[in-house]
Design a protein around this ligand. Structure first.
Ligand SMILES: Nc1ncnc2c1ncn2[C@@H]1O[C@H](COP(=O)(O)OP(=O)(O)OP(=O)(O)O)[C@@H](O)[C@H]1O
Ligand SMILES: O=c1ccn([C@@H]2O[C@H](COP(=O)(O)O)[C@@H](O)[C@H]2O)c(=O)[nH]1
Ligand SMILES: [Mg+2]
Length: 240
């Protein structure tokens, strides 16, 4: 039985939305996602059924292997995998009101406003009966992290960081072949810069909080999973 650290800081919401240098701002976001209203007043906490859920953030640069390892964790430990990038791409494909803004942001390798991404993540969590979540590729910045923690009133139980050299990440992304609009050398360079400037401070934050598990992301998928497995096995035991 898994048990999540109790939610901590419930707070009333006054979200400051920025888009890390993009032309999109709060005005563009304070509207609707997938046809339902996005009222910040409603985003005032994690839904009651998930207060005791396990939340794991999965971080790492583009192509470091987050999605690949998440699939293994799902298979072995029964987590629900929520890839923030996949949720955003779904909005693009569904051509929702945010679709164009998200597409432009992804194409530029920038970061979608926190309010949008957090809302999509929470919606998926709410519609799931699972109580163990892998949130892959989020938070992308300190601003994302603070927004998530403020809105949900909780912190992740632990954080995986796939540590991978740039050359290896570039090689993997360029041979991924999934038709992603951002898998080209120009966008990869931008994503790597954003990763270093905005994502690494999040990694540092969780390291200071004692929540970070650094995984050497070089090696075969099996070798990497053998580093990941004990992290989840230990948590499963602790909670038993
Ligand atoms: N250990 C590995 N060795 C070699 N290739 C790998 C390894 N792990 C994953 N890959 C391949 O690298 C590519 C990127 O992997 P994956 O999609 O899991 O990365 P990611 O971290 O989710 O990337 P992004 O942040 O861009 O979504 C995929 O084609 C995947 O098959
Ligand atoms: O929290 C997030 C996650 C992703 N993005 C944007 O999507 C792309 C692709 O994300 P992947 O995790 O690599 O699938 C990313 O470069 C960002 O532009 C985001 O804005 N916020
Ligand atoms: Mg991925």
């Amino acid at each position: 039985m898994w048990k999540r650290a109790t939610a901590t800081l419930k707070s009333s919401l006054s979200l400051h939305i920025t888009n890390e240098g993009s032309k999109y701002n709060a005005f563009h976001c304070h509207r609707f996602i997938s046809g339902s209203p996005l009222h910040f007043q409603e985003m005032n906490g994690i839904c009651p059924k998930h207060v005791d859920s396990v939340i794991t953030f999965v971080l790492g640069g583009p192509g470091s292997g987050k999605g690949t390892q998440c699939a293994r964790i799902v298979e072995t430990f029964g987590f629900k995998h929520l890839s923030a990038g996949d949720l955003l791409r779904k909005e693009v494909v569904s051509a929702t009101e945010y679709g164009t803004m998200i597409l432009d942001t992804i194409r530029e390798g920038k970061i979608v406003p926190s309010a949008v991404t957090v809302k999509l993540i929470l919606r998926e969590m709410e519609s799931s009966d699972n109580h163990k979540f892998l949130i892959d590729g989020f938070p992308r910045s300190e601003e994302n992290r603070i927004a998530f923690e403020r809105i949900t009133g909780s912190e992740p139980d632990f954080v995986l960081f796939f540590d991978c050299p740039e050359e290896e990440m570039v090689k993997r992304v360029l041979s991924r072949n999934q038709g992603r609009i951002d898998d080209n050398i120009d966008t990869i360079k931008k994503r790597l810069k954003v990763f270093e400037a905005l994502n690494l401070p999040v990694v540092d934050h969780y390291e200071r909080r004692g929540k970070l598990h650094r995984i050497n992301a070089v090696g075969t998928e099996d070798e990497i999973f053998e580093q990941v497995r004990p992290v989840f096995a230990a948590c499963e035991q602790t909670a038993a």
